[in-house]
Design a protein around this ligand. Structure first.
Ligand SMILES: [Zn+2]
Length: 379
């Protein structure tokens, strides 16, 4: 056995210094490796001083990568040293083995690296299933926690910065997302959508040449103050979005012109589909909404208050008010959709005065017409 142990040491810990294997035991599906540290000294994590004065020792049981399809548990005896630096706040400290352990870690570093690679490739649920197959089972939350603990990758300063808002809670909490338009990758997230925050972020990155943004006044102000050297352009998505909304409203207002005068129906009037209804005949949603609209009007006519009707239907008071004002169910639903899809900030309009230069499409500014749409998420 004494001849085999050095070979096992070389096999199991070839890339780790200061660890000596003392025995290996196979118990059913688990391989238990008993080892100890051999370094004479260790550095204090508090002051960085070396110490060789041993205070005591204890066992750690970090999980390791599997071997031959069996789980591997390392029974590692580590020591606690006394810090001899008088000014240090730590009296004692535990040694860590480089490339093998970390403070409070329950896995070896190589197992941790493997799990991080699986998490980055497959994320939570799929990654957890893969770890089962690899004999290193962990939960999806563990994988996500490992990924979240990774340091942020260094990102170069973008030449063309895309600025738009994102929401953590719609209507309540908004932030700002910044995108490298040329690489189509997000660069940073700001906790709010204030002009001051954006101006500070841009001022720290003087290499930005173009700011591609929507037409919100706070973004215009922040870009003007934070990157006065940059050309400001309106992004293509918002221009098309505003144009689409304007065209939709215009077509809806003129929808009567698009239909020929309906012929006199042969069936009785009460069974015919309303001529101006945008909903198909027999649609469950349409029938349900019409019934709801009729019931609301009947209750109001019978003397019920609007808050009372709202409680009976489990609806908001605004919804009841909208249905009560609408002559038909279709009109009530259209008002809801119209309000939801057209927030006030998105109304087409000129840029705020002083936010020059005049916004133009970025491809036009660079002379290229084959650039794809910018990867800015719609608000
Ligand atoms: Zn110390």
């Amino acid at each position: 056995m004494n001849e085999v142990l050095p070979q096992l040491n070389e096999l199991l810990f070839s890339s780790v210094e200061g660890v000596l294997v003392e025995s290996v035991e196979v118990i059913d599906t688990v391989v238990r490796v008993e080892a100890r540290t051999t370094a004479r000294r260790a550095t204090c994590p508090g002051c960085g001083c070396w110490s060789g004065r041993i205070h005591g020792s204890y066992l750690r049981f970090p999980r390791d990568l599997p071997t031959a399809g069996k789980f591997v548990v390392v029974s590692l005896r580590v020591r606690r040293f006394v810090c001899e630096e008088e000014s240090c706040e730590r009296m004692t400290f535990a040694e860590q083995v480089r490339s093998l352990t970390r403070r409070f870690g329950r896995r070896t570093e190589r197992l941790r690296s493997t799990l991080v690679a699986v998490g980055l490739a497959l994320a939570g649920r799929a990654g957890a299933r893969m770890t089962d197959a690899l004999k290193v089972p962990v939960s999806r939350n563990t994988l996500l926690r490992l990924i979240a603990s990774l340091p942020d990758p260094a990102t170069p300063v973008p030449r063309v910065a895309g600025v738009d808002e994102y929401t953590q809670r719609k209507g309540r909490v908004y932030g700002t997302v910044l995108v490298d338009v040329e690489t189509r990758r997000p660069v940073d997230l700001l906790p709010d959508r204030e002009a001051d925050t954006l101006a500070v972020w841009l001022a720290e990155r003087p290499g930005i040449e173009i700011v591609c943004r929507d037409r919100a006044p706070f973004f215009a102000e922040g870009a003007t103050r934070g990157a006065p050297q940059a050309l400001q352009v309106a992004d293509r998505w918002h221009l098309w979005h505003n144009l689409g909304e304007a065209a939709e409203k215009c077509v809806y207002r003129q929808r009567g012109c698009l239909r020929p005068t309906p012929a006199q129906p042969e069936e009785p009037q009460e069974e015919a589909e309303p001529a101006a209804s945008p909903w198909p005949t027999g649609h469950r949603f349409a029938e349900r909404t019409r019934a709801k609209h009729a019931t609301i009007h009947a209750l109001l006519a019978a003397g019920h208050s609007k808050p009372s009707v709202a409680r009976q239907f489990g609806m908001t008071l605004n919804t009841i008010l909208r249905f009560s004002r609408a002559a038909t169910a279709e009109a009530g639903r259209f008002a809801a959709n119209h309000n939801r899809s057209a927030p006030a900030r998105r109304q087409p309009g000129p840029l705020r005065a002083g936010s020059s230069p005049t916004p133009t499409l970025y491809p036009k500014a660079t002379g290229s017409s084959s650039k794809p749409s910018w990867p800015i998420a719609p608000s």
